[in-house]
Design a binder for this molecule. Structure first.
Ligand code: PEP
Ligand code: MN
Length: 357
């Protein structure tokens, strides 16, 4: 089935969709104060979590539907459109009752096809745009599956939010961006609106601007950033929230790049792209040759009863490559991932050839 997405809102070509507001609606005063501080900025939707899926019980789980009249008041007093997270049928109905303009599905919900289907069923026959956050694990198909479920319910104003992926190990990000995943989604569905949630990627304030800029460099269509009048006092995600004033600076300093090359002197970029294509071809040729050698080694190992995986040899290869890669300006992370993928493919080839030999 070919999906044909419609824009979430009508925007001038090249103008980003901006979503801002607190992680959670805490009190009516806090919700209104934040909204008034944002109303003269170019904000398309005011966000505030009403139901908060928290990792551990006994954390603040949101004010619940008590907060919906506050969002209605935001609309009346500031003219801002509003959005919140929904995770089940009742949330969808309550939001539509209170005139919430845009719904989003959270990362912990996207992982569960039953939960997404429940939301899709509740949306059947409704006309409201929906944004789907990536699942917390880096599984593109799970993300696409959620998009399909909502689309199949007749909601065609569908978009996605990239909020990074939860991975084991230390990182400067709260959720690793793994940009190649949203890039692949964009390649598969060029007309799907894609928004960067820099707050949940970063988990801290000092990197928010860089991540926002990076997403714009990759032609994302918009930004969702958590803003709170007194971030340190926020009831959830205090470390990553910024004041509306800081948010204004962040937006003012963003450089919006064009995806469209029309009207450009294309000569030099075409030339550079040809060079890239040639290099990519050479890389693939080399990788193909490398697999042939790996297969020959596989047959040798089989004849001599040597196991396919040789951890000492593999560590040696990896260490050498990381150091050589560093000389060439390649990050350790990249070289490791690249080599791991090649190594895995070699093992697969060796398994395959020894099975049939
Ligand atoms: C949120 O937007 O506050 C939130 C809970 O985000 P996520 O689903 O991305 O964790
Ligand atoms: Mn949050």
């Amino acid at each position: 089935m070919e999906m044909q997405f419609k824009p979430l809102v009508e925007k001038e070509e090249g103008q980003p969709i901006i979503i801002a507001g607190p992680c959670s609606a805490e009190t009516e005063e806090q919700v209104l104060e934040t909204a008034h501080a944002l109303k003269n900025q170019n904000v398309d939707f005011y966000r505030a979590g009403i139901w908060k899926p928290r990792t551990r019980p006994n954390s603040f789980e949101g004010v619940g539907k008590t907060g919906l009249p506050w969002l209605k008041k935001v609309k009346e007093e500031t003219g801002l459109k509003v959005t919140t997270e929904v995770a089940k049928t009742e949330h969808v109905y309550e939001c539509l009752k209170y005139g919430v303009d845009l719904l989003w599905i959270g990362a912990r919900t996207t992982v569960s096809p039953f939960a997404v289907q429940e939301i899709a069923d509740a949306l059947e026959g409704m006309d409201v745009p929906v944004l789907i956050k990536n699942p917390i694990n880096p599984d593109l198909n799970l993300w696409i599956g959620a998009i399909e479920r909502i689309y199949n319910a007749g909601i065609h104003r569908v978009g996605v939010i990239h909020r990074g992926f939860s991975l084991a190990g230390k990182s400067k990000y709260r959720n690793e961006p793994l940009w190649q995943i949203p890039i692949e989604l964009k390649r598969r569905f060029p007309d799907l609106t894609i928004i960067c949630d820099n707050s949940h990627i970063c988990g801290r304030r000092d990197t928010l601007a860089d991540v926002a800029q990076k997403s714009f460099d990759l032609s994302f269509h918009g930004l969702m950033t958590e803003t709170h009048p007194r971030p340190d006092e926020a009831w959830s995600d205090a470390k990553q929230q910024i004041t509306p004033d800081v948010f204004k600076d962040l937006i003012d300093n963003l450089i919006i790049k064009r995806e469209n090359l029309e009207g450009e002197d294309l000569e030099s970029i075409v030339e550079l792209r040809v060079k890239i294509d040639i290099i990519d071809n050479e890389l693939l040729e080399l990788l193909g040759n490398r697999m042939k050698v790996a297969e020959a080694i596989g047959l040798y190992k089989q004849a001599k009863n040597i196991s396919i995986l040789q951890p000492v040899r593999w560590n040696e290869i990896l260490e050498k490559a990381i150091s050589k890669g560093a000389d060439k300006g390649l990050s350790e992370e990249f070289t490791t991932q690249f080599l791991k993928a090649i190594h895995q493919e070699s093992i697969n080839h060796q398994m395959e050839i020894t099975k049939t030999a």
